[in-house]
Structures are given as structure tokens and as C-alpha cells.
Ligand binder design. Structure first.
Ligand SMILES: [Zn+2]
Length: 539
């Protein structure tokens, strides 16, 4: 009896009327196209990416969304690409006029910096962080003018909430701070705390100059992407960026009174680090091949039904690009990106289809947004957030899907940004409707809330959420999740031959559709909680 009663109530909602098996197949069909080998991993600017764009724009049109780009469904985005010319580039340490050439294995020069010749002193600045909220300032009293800041790229010991630390530790924010202190470049030491491959949703080329993962691996130097619009470039003023490797570490610190190993050991425990000038100066010549590329965002709109509220926009976003063709693994070199993030694109298409075919009439307008260049450092979403095709002040929320991991039943949904805004309350209501339990981010150290496209909107003051299928510690689902990260994340095996729970994905899509409808229909637009760190960005 009890069960019957609850079924009767739930039948009123979107949930139980749906045929999850059939809808799961429709969802999967999009992934079958987008993650097919013929799309070559959808690298930003490639032919495969263009095919993906045509597919998504075509489906948006078919499902009845209005074109909401600047050119039909498209918003063209221009990029500048930079690739190191290794034969013409060199770096050396200079002590007492003696030059010690750095070998290729000692340090990796980044193509993100502005290039040219550099001859400058280096200062070790610990983690290179200034976090006023935590009374933590590693740059206090340090003269960085005209110098290269050497730092360990990890979170450090500051006592502050996760979002505060991850924001301060983002590549853009760290550089802004170092640049303000006078630095002309950076040399980074990779965090000894981050195990390889444990970084879901990291933007490999945007998290630091040591980019080495993803497309282009094993095919010569990595190509870095920057937005061509110089006012949106966040690495400006950086004359040199290099990553110090384990092999080259001790060379940099010789004569400084400290060893590389000693600093690494402290950093491993997130302990405070000393600050000191290095004995050597860095002399480098960096040559770059510069080209341009273009890759559009794709935007479709379900217009709002309320005369007043339709001028406000809820964004439903996912990234269309992946990392392209890379180093072969077991003979396969195509990074198909089925879960990352063809799955998210498939969901936004399915959600659009469901909302249109079922005649849902949201009061606010909903923008379905497929962005370019997430894997190049969240560039497509940043471009859209800064140069939206609608009034920027009227964007009320971003709901982003990036690798939501439908690998098992949907019993729990893990929500990033749950405590930050009123959207956290709204997802609780939507999840409840589907009998899904909401969980907070279980691995806050991974900083996932600021590591995908929602961050582009968050930094513009827009409340946002992102999601993963949740699980409980020590369960088979916990193992499936982490095995996936280890075995398939940013590898050719994130392809069409992997076990996925399609019906669970369909249920998730219905739940997100319900969330969107709730966000679009509530009287007040979503707002940051008063104690949220991100409230400061609200305009
Ligand atoms: Zn992704």
C-alpha cells in the first residue's frame, strides 16, 4: 500500500511518466556520434570539433530551440595558439657568471608566456599565495620586481575554506598576485600531493605552465591556446613560464642554502615553506610559433513564457571539446571523450528535447550552451561569460555538466557549490522529487567547483552548480568511480566501449530538467549565500 501511495504522488512529477530505458538510448545516441573515432577527439579548432558543432546546432534546431548565438546558433570564438620551437629555445642557470645549460628533462618551458629573452633573478616564494581571508601572505616583504617567482603549485597550509583556497590557488589568480608584486615570470614545482591522473575536470592547459596531459602528448611540444581578445588574456605580463622537473630540481636550488628535496618533503605535508632568493639567475630564450584558430560556442534558447522574466536567462552548459589525438595507449591514440564531456552535451540536448516536446513553459528563458576549449583552460565559457549573446546582467544561473559520471544507479547526487547559493536548496527539492539523496562534495581538495566551465560564470557573480553521481565510501560504486578516474580519465579508453548506466543518465536528465524549471520559475533570481566566498563577485 505504502508503495502505491507514494507512486501516486510521484506520478504527478516528471519522473515516473518517463521511460528511462528508451530515453537512455536517445541520450547514448548523441554520445555515439560525438565520441566516434571519426570526430578524432573533438580538439578545439579541428575538423572533428567542427563536425560536433554542426551536430549540436542541427539538433538544437530540430528540437525547436531558437538560435541564440551571434551567428545563428554559433558564437564564433577566436584563439591565438602558441607552440614552443624547441630548436630555437634554450634555458640556463647562471652563477657567478658561469652558465649551466638546462637539459630538456630539467625543466619544461611553457608556450603560454609572452616569449623572447629573459635574464632575471629568481626568488622562491613558497606556495606563492596571498590569502587575506586567512591572514596568509607569502609575499609580504619580498621584492619580486623584475624577478621570476618560483613556487610549489599546491594548496599550502593556510587555514581557509576550500573555495577560498582553490580560488587563490588558480593559475590566473596566483599570477595576478605575483604580477602585482612585480614578478615577470614563474617557475613552478608540481605539487607532490597530486597523484597522476587524480584530477578529474582539471583543465590541463590552464592549471599551470606544466601542461603535459591531453592532446599532443608524444607529438612534439604542446600547443597552448589563448583567447585572441587581449583584454581577456589572463597570463599577460608573463615573460617566461617554466615547470621545474624532479630531474632538474636540485640544479635550481644549488647554493641557495636549501635543497629541492627538503622543499618537496615539506610541501608533501602542506607545511609552511621558507622564502629565499635562489643563487642562480635564469637566462632563457623562448621562441614560439604563433597561429590563430577559431572554434565556436553553440547556443540555443527555450524562450521564457513570462512577459517580464523571459528577459532573464538560466544557462545549461557543457563543453563540446575534448583533447583530440594524443599518445597511443594499447594502440589507440584517439581521446574520444565519451564521458568527458560528450555525456554532458548529450544531456543538454536531451533536456532541451524533453522540455520542448513536453511543452514545459519556463518563465525565465533557458540558454543551452555548448562551449569550446574547456580543455584549453575553460576559454570558451570565459568568452561567453565575458561577451555573452544576451545581456550579461540578466544571466541568473549556470547549471554545468562536465563528466557527471553515470556509471551506476542514481541514488546519490554529489553537488559542487551546494552550500554557496540558493541553488543548493533548489537542487535539494529537485532531487527529492526523484528520490535521490544530495551529497556535498566528497573530495573538496580536488577543487572541482572551480575546475570546470561554471567557474567562468562564478567569477562574473553568477550562482552556479555542477554535479557528479554520488556514492557512499567503501561501496562498489566508490571503487567504480575511482577506477574510472585511474583507468579512463583523459585516456583513449574514455570511449564508446565502456559500461555506462544509460537509464540512470536518463533519470539524471529528468532531475536536471526539473531543477532548470524550478530555477526558471522562482520569483527571485538565485543568490549567493551571505557567508559564501563567491558572493564578492556578485554585481
Ligand atoms: Zn571535462
Amino acid at each position: 500500500m505504502k508503495k502505491l501511495v507514494s507512486l501516486g504522488v510521484a506520478a504527478l512529477s516528471l519522473g515516473l511518466a518517463a521511460d528511462y530505458a528508451a530515453e537512455g538510448d536517445l541520450w547514448w545516441a548523441h554520445i555515439q556520434y560525438l565520441a566516434d573515432d571519426s570526430l578524432q577527439g573533438r580538439d578545439t579548432g579541428s575538423d572533428g570539433y567542427r563536425k560536433a558543432v554542426e551536430y549540436v546546432a542541427g539538433k538544437m534546431e530540430k528540437f525547436g530551440l531558437a538560435a541564440a548565438g551571434s551567428d545563428g546558433y554559433l558564437q564564433p570564438v577566436k584563439f591565438e595558439t602558441r607552440q614552443l620551437v624547441e630548436e630555437e629555445s634554450s634555458a640556463a642557470l647562471v652563477r657567478d657568471g658561469q652558465e649551466e645549460k638546462l637539459e630538456r628533462g630539467d625543466a619544461t618551458l611553457s608556450a603560454r608566456a609572452d616569449a623572447g629573452t629573459v635574464d632575471a633573478p629568481m626568488v622562491f616564494v613558497g606556495y606563492g599565495l596571498r590569502i587575506p581571508e586567512a591572514n596568509f601572505d607569502e609575499l609580504a616583504g619580498i621584492d619580486l620586481k623584475g624577478k621570476i617567482a618560483v613556487y610549489v603549485n599546491s594548496a599550502g597550509p593556510a587555514e581557509a575554506p576550500g573555495p577560498v583556497k582553490s580560488h587563490a590557488g588558480s593559475a590566473a589568480e596566483r599570477w595576478k598576485t605575483l604580477k602585482a608584486a612585480g614578478a615577470i615570470g614563474v617557475a613552478t614545482i608540481m605539487s607532490p600531493r597530486t597523484p597522476v591522473g587524480a584530477n578529474p575536470n582539471a583543465a590541463p592547459d590552464g592549471t599551470g605552465p606544466a601542461a603535459g596531459r591531453g592532446g599532443g602528448g608524444g607529438r612534439g611540444p604542446q600547443k597552448s591556446f589563448l583567447l585572441a581578445d587581449t583584454t581577456l588574456q589572463e597570463q599577460s605580463g608573463q615573460n617566461i613560464a617554466l615547470a621545474i622537473t624532479r630531474a632538474g630540481g636540485e640544479k635550481f636550488f644549488a647554493g641557495s642554502g636549501h635543497t629541492y628535496q627538503e622543499l618537496l618533503d615539506l610541501a608533501k605535508e602542506n607545511k609552511p615553506l621558507p622564502k629565499f632568493p635562489l643563487a642562480a639567475t635564469l637566462r632563457a630564450k623562448v621562441a614560439m610559433k604563433r597561429e590563430t584558430a577559431e572554434a565556436p560556442n553553440v547556443v540555443g534558447m527555450l524562450a521564457g513564457s513570462d512577459a517580464k522574466l523571459k528577459g532573464e536567462y538560466v544557462i545549461m552548459s557543457a563543453h563540446l571539446d575534448h583533447t583530440g589525438v594524443g599518445r597511443p595507449v594499447n594502440g589507440d591514440s584517439i581521446n574520444n571523450g565519451a564521458m568527458d564531456d560528450a555525456s554532458g552535451i548529450a544531456s543538454i540536448l536531451e533536456i532541451a528535447r524533453i522540455m520542448k516536446t513536453e511543452g514545459m513553459k519556463p518563465k525565465r528563458s533557458i540558454l543551452f550552451l555548448a562551449v569550446a576549449a574547456e580543455e584549453k583552460g575553460e576559454l570558451g565559457s570565459r568568452y561567453f561569460a565575458m561577451k555573452p549573446t544576451v545581456d550579461a546582467r540578466q544571466i541568473v544561473a549556470d547549471i554545468n555538466l562536465d563528466m557527471f559520471m553515470p556509471l551506476f544507479e542514481l541514488k546519490f547526487v554529489e553537488v559542487q557549490g551546494l552550500a554557496e547559493s540558493t541553488l543548493g536548496d533548489t537542487i535539494r527539492d529537485a532531487a527529492k522529487e526523484f528520490g535521490v539523496v544530495v551529497q556535498a562534495d566528497k573530495e573538496p581538495d580536488q577543487n572541482r567547483f572551480i575546475r570546470s566551465d561554471q567557474y567562468s560564470f562564478i567569477r562574473n557573480g553568477v550562482p552556479s552548480l555542477a554535479f557528479k553521481f554520488g556514492y557512499e565510501f567503501g561501496t562498489p560504486e566508490d571503487k567504480i568511480f575511482h577506477d574510472w578516474i585511474r583507468d579512463r580519465y583523459h585516456k583513449p579508453s574514455d570511449d564508446l566501449n565502456q559500461p555506462v548506466d544509460k537509464a540512470a543518465a536518463a533519470k539524471f536528465d529528468r532531475m536536471i530538467a526539473s531543477l532548470l524549471l524550478r530555477v526558471a520559475n522562482t520569483e527571485n533570481r538565485p543568490s549567493w549565500k551571505n557567508d559564501s566566498f563567491f558572493k564578492r563577485f556578485a554585481k
